[in-house]
Design a protein around this ligand. Structure first.
Ligand code: HEM
Length: 466
């Protein structure tokens, strides 16, 4: 059985028979509401975002059930082509909110999913978990594997850059990419949305980190590093060379981020931009970089800085490259484009819910507890199935009556480790769907990415219909 490889740091989930290692402390509860792009539209023009994004107005007709079935069938391919057995196991157990198989708990219900992230103390450094993989690969303390005051300090370092204002500062970066890369659609020429998304995510990550590294090179390096890490963590006998390949890919990414920067991107030029604590050494060392970005105090601070920058690039790029093409394919197949104009936030939220880009969160309990009615022992492995917690497998997307935010937001986790990039991700996807909508594109070709860390497409060709 092969697992669904995991994202930014969501490494491959170990199989139910896998053993695990124990303790450390876990997070507390708290689901932050999604940002409405309507909330932010007034600052869009002042932030210099593209004026060419379409405005609201269309009144969408009810999506056809044939279109919805087509969308679901296509999207299921991203799991079935790569992980049919895991998909089948999870589908077979999902009627029980929590199922314990040996020392592994398969967690499906929204309540148990949330409790798994907020009430059960988690071992953030255990092998086979996101934090374990992040620390193992880079040797650093990287949010995912941190706890307590250290973790809060790291989160504070990101808070400004990923705040509502910080995201607005970054917005012109991705709207410029969208304007330029979607322009061929207006001429009737198809585009590969995976390639466009990679550039958009790479450019945004580079701006966030205050480096002027080539966006496509950054995206390619972040995707390779995540894919190599996921392959290394596949269950089964050790794969010769997998560890070396993962280290080489991570080193390449880190090298890119430590290259001397010549000039900052527009977002990092602002004195209150980049993410001071997360700015890559290239940015902090650069004469062009923000004056507010502190230079690394020592070699070890510098190493930590580059490891954090690499982790952030991996987190931002891989999730976006998985999420947007899947959302757009669903939108095209089910003909939901009119909602991108009239209700972009609700559409984005529903498409994120049904695609659940990080479908499994592998975690390890650090102390005993209870999930659903199942006892949890220290060292038990928790496979938290986001896809089922948000009812992605059963309820079609309905932008006219979207799932409540407390449910929809679970695709970004919960508690003190909940995704800090959720606001950025939602706005990027909403902008991209809006920009695509005016061409009413349809999918003419799609290829599953069998190597990527997250289920997704390696190629998604969209052709305009108007
Ligand atoms: C659709 C896009 C995205 C999805 C579905 C997603 C999902 C997630 C999930 C499920 C987690 C784990 C949360 C938990 O353990 O409770 C997470 C953590 C994280 N994400 Fe995202 N994410 C996305 C985009 C981003 C972006 C754009 C960034 C950066 C700008 C980012 C940065 C992070 C970081 C740094 C963490 C670790 C947080 C911590 O441990 O404190 N993510 N993400």
């Amino acid at each position: 059985m092969t697992p669904i490889p995991q994202p930014p740091g969501e490494p491959a989930a170990a199989p139910p028979s896998a053993t695990s290692t124990p303790p450390s402390l876990g997070p507390s509860a708290g689901v932050s509401p999604p940002l409405s792009s309507a909330d932010t539209s007034s600052s869009l023009s002042s932030a210099g975002a593209s004026p060419s994004l379409p405005s609201a107005g269309a009144s969408p007709s009810r999506p056809s059930s044939a279109g919805m079935r087509r969308a679901r069938r296509r999207d299921r391919q991203v799991y079935l082509s790569s992980h049919p057995l895991l998909f089948a196991l999870l589908a077979a157990t999902r009627r029980t909110p929590v199922r314990k198989l040996g020392s592994t708990l398969l967690v499906h219900s929204p309540e148990a999913f949330r409790d798994g992230l907020t009430r059960i103390p988690l071992d953030r450094t255990a092998a086979g978990t996101t934090g374990g993989a992040a620390g193992d690969l880079t040797g650093g303390e990287l949010l995912f594997n941190q706890d307590g005051a250290d973790h809060r300090g790291s989160r504070r370092g990101l808070a400004d850059a990923l705040s509502a204002e910080g995201v607005q500062r970054l917005r012109p970066i991705w709207t410029e990419v969208l304007d330029r890369r979607l322009a061929p659609l207006a001429e009737g020429t198809p585009i590969d949305l995976v390639d466009v998304t990679a550039e958009m995510a790479g450019a945004t990550a580079a701006a966030l980190l205050g480096t002027d590294v080539d966006p496509r090179a950054l995206a390619a390096a972040a995707r390779s590093a995540a894919a190599a890490a996921a392959r290394e963590h596949l269950p089964g006998p050790p794969r010769p060379g997998a560890r070396r390949a993962a280290r080489t890919a991570t080193a390449h990414l880190t090298d890119l981020l430590t290259q001397p920067s010549t000039c900052p991107t527009p977002a990092s030029a602002s004195t209150d931009s980049p993410t001071s604590a997360f700015a890559s050494p290239s940015a902090t060392a650069s004469a062009c970089a923000s004056a507010s970005a502190p230079a690394p105090a020592s070699a070890s601070a510098s190493a930590d800085g580059s490891a954090l920058a690499a982790m952030l690039a991996v987190a931002a790029v891989n999730t976006t490259v998985a999420a947007l093409p899947r959302a757009a394919a669903w939108c095209a197949d089910a003909d939901l484009w009119a909602y991108a104009e009239s209700a972009p936030d609700a559409l984005t939220s529903e498409l994120l819910r049904v695609t659940a880009p990080t479908p499994l969160l592998p975690r390890v309990a650090a102390a005993p507890g209870t999930l659903g009615s199942c006892p949890v022992d220290a060292g038990d492995r928790l496979i938290l199935v986001a896809r089922h917690a948000v009812d992605a497998h059963r309820t079609d997307p309905c932008p006219a009556a979207p799932a409540p935010p407390q449910v929809a937001q679970l695709v970004f986790g919960a508690g003190s480790h909940a995704c800090p990039g959720a606001r950025l991700a939602r706005l990027q996807i909403a902008d991209a769907l809006q920009a695509l909508a005016r061409h009413r594109p349809r999918v003419t070709a799609a290829r599953v990415d069998r190597r990527s860390a997250l289920p997704g497409w390696s190629r998604l060709i969209l052709a305009p219909t108007r």
